[in-house]
Each structure stands twice: as structure tokens, then as C-alpha cells.
Design a protein around this ligand. Sequence first.
Ligand code: Z5A
Length: 208
Amino acid sequence: MKGRLISIEGGEGAGKSSVMGALRAELERRGIEVVQAREPGGTEAGEAIRALLLDPSRALSAETELLLMFASRAQLVRELIVPALARGAWVICDRFSDASFAYQGGGRGLDGGTIAELERWAAGIKPDLTFLLDVDVRQGHARIAGRDGERDRIEREREDFFERVRATYLQRAAQEPQRFRIIDAGQPSDAVLGDVLARLDAVLAAWA
Ligand code: Z5A
């Protein structure tokens, strides 16, 4: 593969949207073709799966939820990510497989070995670089509390669920320090974006 895959992870209200925008602008400034995606979703089939996954009126088992996350991912990888990487584009993805380890593994308590097997079989690729936007659960929640519209199926989970999600993300980052960059996302936006771009600069220098 000629391109690179960069994922952005974190809990609710971590600020992934603005980080995605800043990364895209910086990479394009350097003359790199950027393709942006989100999970679950990012393809026509994936967006249909997303609607099912987030619909608060659905009662899904944890196993169904996990399989649907990977169904969406399998489609995204084959339809969008691999073709983009093959032609040399860089893909920045709002969440990838680490989210399944964090939410379905840490949050729901599903077996990490099963998730790793699905990652190998259904996704087949891992990000080259992952920014983990780490924010206190209550602080992140407060940021999105004022949003219009009802909360989706996963946002309705209790605080302890999101504490386990956060802990699992941090555990994964500790296990793979060469891939992860942990960003203190509790800071004001300007500081968060500054940290992300500084870390990106260092990684690009190492990859050059
Ligand atoms: N999920 C899963 O369970 N398993 C999987 O494998 C995958 C996903 C791939 C996707 O829904 C849900 O699916 C998600 C995980 C689960 N569920 N949850 N909960 P989504 O894409 O709709 O949800 P999200 O990814 O959590 O998005 P979010 O809550 O919107 O988070 P965000 O994108 O990081 O937030 P934001 O839109 O960038 O910022 C939120 C607000 O905070 C906004 O008003 C900003 O202006 C404000 N903000 C951001 N940064 C700051 C700072 N630094 N200071 C002050 N205010 C800030």
C-alpha cells in the first residue's frame, strides 16, 4: 500500500470532528490526497448499518452490535479504504477497530480475543497511526449535552460504561505506543489541535 491510514479515537465529546478537519487541512497543505471516512458508516451500506446501530428503538444484543460494527468496517475497507491506499491517498477515519475493542470489549464486556479475530478477518488492516483524544467522561458528556435531538442508542449508556470505554482505549494505547499518540482532549480546542499537529509533524518526519 502506498498510502497511510490514520484513525481518530476517543469518547463522546472528545472533539474528533475538529481534529479530523485540522488533519485533513495539514495533509492537503503538504500535497497529500486525503480521503475522509467515519465509522460506523462511510459507505452506502455502512450508513444503513449505522442507522440500525444507533436507533434507540432497537434492542440489539452485544454480539449483534459487534458484528454490525465489523460488517460496516468490512465494507468500508474494501469499498473505500484499500482502493484509496492503493493509489497513494491517505485515509483519515473517525474511529476504526480500536472503537470495537473499547465499546464492545470494554463497555459491553465481550471477549477481546474474539474481537481480535474479527479485526484480522473482517478488517484485515490496522491504522498506521492513531490519535486517541482522551477526555474525562463527564467533561466530554457536558460538551454534547446541549445538542439538539435525542441521544442515540449508545449515548444512552450509563457513565460506568463510558469509564470502561475510556480505560480500554488507554490500555490499548499503552500496549501499542508506536501506533498511538495520546492527546489531552480536556484542553481548550486550540491547544488540542496544536498538540495533534505537533505530533503529526514528528510522525511525518520519522516516516520521511
Ligand atoms: N462505536 C462503537 O460502539 N463501536 C465501534 O466499533 C465504532 C463506533 C466504530 C458513533 O456515533 C457511536 O458508535 C459512538 C461509538 C460507537 N458512540 N458513542 N457514544 P457518533 O459518530 O455519532 O458519535 P461519536 O463518535 O461519539 O461523536 P461525538 O460524540 O460527536 O464526539 P466527537 O466527534 O469527538 O465530538 P465533536 O462533535 O468533535 O465535539 C462535540 C462538541 O464538543 C462540539 O460542540 C464541540 O464544539 C465541542 N468541543 C470539542 N472539543 C472541545 C474542546 N477542546 N473544548 C471545548 N469544547 C469542545
